[in-house]
Design a protein around this ligand. Structure first.
Ligand code: GLN
Length: 185
């Protein structure tokens, strides 16, 4: 099994570190050819506007949508979750629109308001970071909630698409990545 990590911008190196820790082979995805080699894809945190522009420019965006519709399992963290959501409040930029969620950018506050937190999930307690994190404002009927921080939904899934508004790759907690790998197997 080879996991692809979209490496246009953002914290792709941290995701690679977690997969290395789990002894799972991974490649950095920068071209359409790279997409042909993988069994699952991670869209990292970073700046969703920048990643979106690059996805359009390289044509990778369209290719990823078509692979997702054929069942490719995709896991997006933070900016990745924003890009995967069906609707981003106030934004008219690139979106994969692959999960039926409405999301609002920078909704937990600014960079200075970043925090680390333990959250309860359906696969145990995990330690994660929130960095200029978005909030999931509403979900469609087919979306399953997997993790919450107080009343906020922070991890959700719809069929082959998994999103987290936080960063498990920064605290190096492997549980969420293990869950993603199970979705592929
Ligand atoms: N606020 C960023 C955005 O809107 C996401 C931040 C992150 O990925 N940590 O793209």
């Amino acid at each position: 099994m080879i996991i692809g990590i979209l490496a246009l911008q953002g914290d792709f190196a941290e995701h690679k570190e977690i997969l290395d820790k789990l002894k799972v082979e991974s490649i950095l995805v920068k071209t359409k050819e790279d997409l042909e080699k993988i069994n699952g894809l991670i869209i990292p945190g970073g700046e969703s506007t920048a990643i979106g522009l690059l996805l359009e420019k390289t044509g990778l965006g369209k290719q990823i949508i078509s692979k997702a519709k054929k069942g490719l399992v995709i896991f997006g963290t933070c900016a990745g979750a924003i890009l995967l959501s069906k609707k981003v409040l106030g934004k008219k930029e690139f979106s994969f629109a692959l999960i039926d969620t409405v999301i609002e950018r920078n909704s937990f506050g600014r960079q200075n308001d970043s925090f680390e937190e333990k959250i309860k999930t359906s696969f145990g307690e995990i330690s994660v970071s929130f960095i200029r994190a978005p909030k999931i404002k509403s979900i469609g009927k087919k979306v399953q909630v997997l993790g919450k921080l107080k009343n906020e939904i922070v991890i959700a899934k719809q069929k082959n698409i998994l999103i987290a508004t936080c960063h498990p790759e920064i605290t190096l907690d492997t549980k969420l990545h293990e869950y993603f790998l199970k979705m592929i197997r």
